[in-house]
Design a protein around this ligand. Structure first.
Ligand SMILES: [Zn+2]
Length: 555
C-alpha cells in the first residue's frame, strides 16, 4: 500500500514537472530586477511545435507543416493576438482584442516581421506610454516579445474632476513650474490611464485615471515648454509632468531680451527693431549659401544647413531611414485645431541673445523642431538633437501614422536616460561619419565638454559627477534632471564605448567590436526591441537580442 502511494506521488511529480518544463522551455520570461514586472520574453517555436504535434497522425503532421510554409505576413497580427491571448493571464491582460491596439506589421530588415502594439487601453481609456512588440522569424514562428504594458489595471470608470477643472489645475501648475503668467497653448486635454508603477518602474500595479493636459508655451514667449500634465481624475492632484522636449543640457535659455525676429527665419527680411541692420538670416532647401551673418559674424545658418544634410544622409545610408520621421525630415506636421503648427520637413532654429556678442548655451529637440544657440551648432550636438527624433517617431502611439502626445520614450528615469544615451552615442556616430573619427566627447563648439563617454566621472555636473556604472557612487536617484536622464545616461554610454573600442573596466577585459557594429546594434535595439518605458534591465536583454539577430550581416 505504502509503495503504491509513493509511486503515485512520484508519478504526479514527474507529470507536473514535465508540464512545467514544457512551459518554461517554450516561453522564457524575463522580469525587471527592480519592479519584478515582465519586460521581455523569448519563445522557442521548435519545442512548442514538437509538443503540439506529438500526438498527431502522420497526415495531420504533414498538414501542419504545409500550413507553416504558407505563412503570410498579413497573418502576423492575428497570430500575435492568438499568442498573447494564450498568455494573457501571465501578462495581466483580459481581452487582447480590446486592450491592445496593433499597428500594421513591419518587415524586419533582418528577416521576419515585427508586430508593434502601440497602445494598451482599459475601459476604453488609453494607457499612456504603453507598448508591446512581437517579433516573428522568417518562417512565421514567434521569436521574442518586448513588454511595456501595465498588468491587471483597475481604475474607477468615471472622473470626479471635470475637464475644465483639470485644465485650470494644469495651467496653474504650468505657471508655477515655469515661473510665468503667460497663457499656454492647449494642445490636447483628454482622459487617459497614467500607469504609475510601470513608468516609475516600481513593484505593484498602480494606474491612475487622469486628465492628460498637454500645454506648450507660445512661440516668442521666451519659454521653452511642451509638457504633459497628468491630473488625478478623482483628487485633482497633479501626479506627474512629463516633457516632450529633449534637452541637451541643463542650462536655461536666457531669452529675456530676445525678440521674435532675432530667430532664424527662412527667406525673411526684416528691419525691426531699428538697432539691427537689415539682413536675411535663414536658408531654405533650395536657397544658395547665406554666407556670414552681417550682424554676428557667424556662419551658423550654412553650418546647420550642411550638418542637417549630412545627418540625413547618415541615417539614409546606414539604416535606410528617410529622416527621423521616415518622411524626409524631423517635423511632425502637427495640427492644433485646423492650423498646421509645424511643417513635416526638417526645421531648425538658431537662437541668439538680444545682446550683441553674447549668446545662449542651449540645444534641444522639441517635438519635431530642433533648437540651437551659436555655441551648440557642432557636429555631435546637432547629431544628438536630431537623433532624439528617432525614438520620438518610433514610439508615437498612433497605428495610422502621424503624431499624438505623448510620443517617444518616457523622458524621466531610466527610459529617459536611455533616450539621452541613444542621442549621445548616435551623435558620436554622426561625428564619425562626417569627420572620419568619433572622439566620444560630447561637446560644445566653444571647446567645453558636456559629457565624456570614455570616462564619465571626469566631468562634473552640479557639484557631482557623471556615473560610469549603476553601482557608481555618482549614480543619481533624485528627481533633478527629470530623474537623472542626462546624469545616468553615461552608464549605458560608457558600455557602448567599451563595446566599440574595448578596454579594461570594472575587472573585465573587453575587446572592442568597432563603431560600424555598435551603431547598428544600438539603432536596432531602439527601433525593434525597446518599449516606451524601457528600463536598464530591459535594455540589457534587448541590446543582446539586437546583437544576436544581426550576426551574419556584413557590417
Ligand atoms: Zn538630449
Amino acid at each position: 500500500m505504502k509503495r503504491v502511494r509513493m509511486l503515485l506521488w512520484i508519478g504526479f511529480l514527474v507529470f507536473f514537472s514535465s508540464l512545467a518544463n514544457a512551459k518554461s522551455t517554450e516561453l522564457k520570461v524575463f522580469r525587471d530586477k527592480g519592479s519584478n514586472r515582465i519586460i521581455s520574453a523569448t519563445y522557442n517555436a521548435r519545442l512548442a511545435l514538437a509538443a503540439s504535434i506529438k500526438n498527431l497522425t502522420k497526415i495531420q503532421k504533414a498538414r501542419v507543416k504545409i500550413q507553416q510554409r504558407r505563412w503570410n505576413r498579413k497573418d502576423s497580427v492575428l497570430k500575435a493576438d492568438e499568442f498573447l491571448d494564450n498568455n494573457k493571464r501571465l501578462l495581466g491582460l483580459n481581452n487582447i482584442g480590446s486592450e491592445l491596439l496593433p499597428k500594421a506589421p513591419e518587415a524586419d530588415p533582418q528577416g521576419g516581421t515585427i508586430v508593434r502594439y502601440v497602445q494598451q487601453s482599459e475601459q476604453g481609456y488609453p494607457v499612456v506610454y504603453s507598448g508591446l512588440n512581437v517579433r516573428f522569424l522568417k518562417n512565421g514562428s514567434i521569436d521574442s516579445l518586448s513588454v511595456g504594458i501595465a498588468p491587471n489595471i483597475s481604475v474607477p470608470g468615471k472622473a470626479k474632476i471635470g475637464k475644465k477643472q483639470a485644465l485650470k489645475i494644469a495651467i496653474s501648475a504650468f505657471r508655477r513650474d515655469f515661473n510665468t503668467d503667460i497663457e499656454p497653448l492647449v494642445v490636447s486635454n483628454s482622459l487617459v490611464i497614467y500607469p504609475k508603477s510601470l513608468i516609475e518602474n516600481t513593484p505593484g500595479n498602480v494606474s491612475i485615471l487622469s486628465h492628460q493636459v498637454v500645454l506648450r508655451a507660445p512661440e516668442g514667449s521666451g519659454i521653452e515648454a511642451n509638457e504633459n500634465y497628468y491630473v488625478d481624475s478623482q483628487s485633482g492632484e497633479v501626479i506627474a509632468r512629463l516633457s516632450n522636449i529633449r534637452y541637451l543640457t541643463r542650462y536655461v535659455f536666457d531669452c529675456t531680451t530676445m525678440l521674435w525676429d532675432t530667430k532664424c527665419w527662412v527667406n525673411k527680411r526684416f528691419t525691426d527693431p531699428p538697432h539691427y541692420p537689415e539682413y536675411v538670416f535663414g536658408r531654405g532647401e533650395t536657397n544658395l549659401a547665406r554666407g556670414t551673418n552681417p550682424v554676428f559674424g557667424y556662419t551658423d545658418t550654412d553650418d546647420m544647413h550642411s550638418l542637417l544634410g549630412s545627418i540625413h544622409n547618415y541615417y539614409l545610408s546606414k539604416f535606410n531611414r528617410d529622416g527621423a520621421n521616415n518622411q524626409g525630415g524631423v517635423g511632425t506636421g502637427l495640427y492644433i485645431g485646423s492650423v498646421l503648427y509645424q511643417p513635416a520637413w526638417t526645421f531648425a532654429y538658431v537662437y541668439r541673445d538680444g545682446d550683441l556678442g553674447s549668446h545662449c548655451s542651449y540645444a534641444a529637440f522639441n517635438s519635431g523642431i530642433i533648437n540651437f544657440c551659436h555655441d551648440t551648432v557642432g557636429t555631435d550636438t546637432v547629431g544628438h538633437e536630431y537623433s532624439h527624433g528617432i525614438p520620438f517617431f518610433t514610439f508615437n502611439q498612433l497605428p495610422g501614422g502621424g503624431i499624438v502626445f505623448p510620443a517617444g520614450l518616457v523622458y524621466s528615469g531610466e527610459s529617459g536616460a536611455l533616450d539621452e544615451n541613444f542621442s549621445d552615442v548616435m551623435g558620436e556616430m554622426v561625428e564619425r561619419s562626417i569627420t572620419g573619427n568619433a572622439n566620444w566627447l560630447h561637446g560644445m563648439v566653444n571647446g567645453s565638454i558636456v559629457r565624456n563617454l570614455i570616462d564619465p566621472p571626469s566631468i562634473s555636473y552640479e557639484g557631482s559627477f557623471y556615473p560610469d556604472k549603476i553601482h557608481s557612487q555618482w549614480f543619481y536617484c533624485g528627481s533633478y534632471d527629470n530623474g537623472g536622464v542626462h546624469i545616468n545616461s553615461t552608464v549605458p554610454s560608457k558600455a557602448f564605448y567599451l563595446m566599440s573600442e574595448g578596454g579594461s573596466f570594472n575587472g573585465c577585459e573587453i575587446t572592442g567590436i568597432g563603431a560600424d557594429k555598435i551603431e547598428q546594434i544600438l539603432y536596432r535595439a531602439m527601433t525593434t526591441y525597446y518599449v516606451p518605458t524601457e528600463t536598464f534591465n530591459q535594455a540589457y536583454i534587448h541590446i543582446k537580442q539586437a546583437c544576436t539577430t544581426l550576426i551574419g550581416n556584413p557590417l
